[in-house]
Write a protein that binds this ligand. Structure first.
Ligand code: 5GP
Ligand code: MN
Length: 350
């Protein structure tokens, strides 16, 4: 009964032919690998673990979630997160699993380069590749490409894929919690990119699986370490720059500053979003010195295409309102490139 109502309410947005292909791969496959992008976030982890739990409950025994590098502490409560294989730590083992897999799910990224060092391994692998993603411009490297940029998150798309395969009943509470986490984190707890009414039908179905959405919010967003919280204070007080004439705000952080606050992966997550809380700021930027390059994150509100800015100056991309890129050079040089770009892409013109 419940299944009937749900089916009638959720639009079948994924092409039926693709759904049937994926279903067949799942039925026939024995060894599964799920990969997602570098610097894993709530959606890459949530969609991957959601699918992992689904496949496990379906009866598959050989499934590994592989991510390129370490992920934040505040996602380590997620069921199945302890079994995630981090390529940086065990490259040979990860390579072996990828090369032997019958099916490789590529979640929450549109181009192999988003896997960084893992990209050549995935490209070389012969297993059937299935992309499930919500970024624009999907690359052509998968046998099945499910790319829907209007979705709140890849996690939502995984939920829809499961439903369209007619296997909603197989999704358990653990999987539902992971899917919810992906949807919640990619929408800033449903404060952006979440105006599609069906988002709330999906949430309703996940709640029926017994998830505690309030607890999930707490675990992800109310779990700052003291040093992370102090770093946030430092950034806002000492490091924030505002360009009122461009409706833009910026922060930068060097490795030294990060180390002063005992930086751990994920500690600066969300900083770039904070700047949009300022009245009159429509474009925000965070420039951070990383090990191998300078990482740039962009956020915008309204029509300013931050992803085009990222693509034009920082070899990056992403969504209109949330994007990023990288720069091989110092923070100072990155800042100069950015300021030049701001003159070209003046947010006042959008
Ligand atoms: P974040 O700022 O949280 O690292 O990234 C926000 C979004 O921007 C990601 O979900 C992803 O879509 C995109 N993004 C971030 N960094 C890059 C990058 O280096 N290249 C591309 N193509 N997209 C990126
Ligand atoms: Mn995503």
């Amino acid at each position: 009964m419940g299944l009937k109502i749900k089916k009638s309410m959720l639009t079948k947005i994924i092409g039926e032919e693709k759904v049937q292909k994926v279903k067949k791969y799942i039925e026939k496959g024995e060894r599964f690998v799920i990969v997602s992008h570098v610097s894993p976030d709530g959606d890459s982890l949530g969609s991957s673990l959601g699918l992992y739990h689904f496949l496990t409950t379906y009866g598959k025994e050989n499934i590994t979630v592989i991510v390129p590098n370490e992920f934040p502490e505040y996602y380590k409560w997620m069921p199945g997160s302890k079994d995630i294989l981090i390529y940086d730590k065990y490259p040979e083992f990860a390579e072996e699993l990828i090369l032997k897999a019958d099916v490789i799910f590529c979640l929450d990224f549109n181009e192999p380069k988003r896997l960084e060092k893992l990209a050549p391994v995935v490209l070389a692998a012969e297993g059937r590749k299935v992309m499930v993603d919500h970024h624009l411009h999907p690359g052509d490297f998968c046998k099945v490409t499910i790319s829907q940029s209007e979705m709140s998150s890849t996690a939502e798309l995984i939920f829809r894929l499961i439903c369209q395969m007619g296997m909603f009943d197989i999704l358990n509470q653990e999987g539902a919690a992971c899917i919810y986490t992906g949807m919640m984190t990619d929408t800033g707890a449903f404060t952006y990119n979440s105006n599609q009414p069906e988002v709330y039908i999906v949430i309703s179905e996940l709640l029926k699986k017994g998830i505690n959405k309030d607890l999930i919010y707490q675990k992800v967003n109310q779990a700052y370490s003291e040093s992370r919280f102090r770093l946030m204070g430092y950034v806002l007080l000492e490091k924030m720059k505002i360009y009122p004439e461009y409706k833009t705000s910026l922060i930068t952080l060097t490795t030294k500053e990060l180390n002063n606050f005992g930086y751990k992966t994920g500690d600066t997550e969300g900083f770039v979003n904070l700047l949009l809380n300022i009245d009159g700021v429509d474009f925000s930027v965070f420039i951070r010195q990383d090990k191998e390059y300078t990482k740039i994150s962009f956020r915008s509100v309204g029509d300013f295409p931050s992803n085009q800015f990222a693509a034009a100056y920082f070899n990056g991309g992403g969504h209109k309102n949330a994007s990023g890129g990288e720069y091989y050079g110092s923070i100072e040089d990155a800042l100069n490139v950015f300021e030049e770009g701001l003159k070209e892409f003046n947010p006042n013109n959008y």
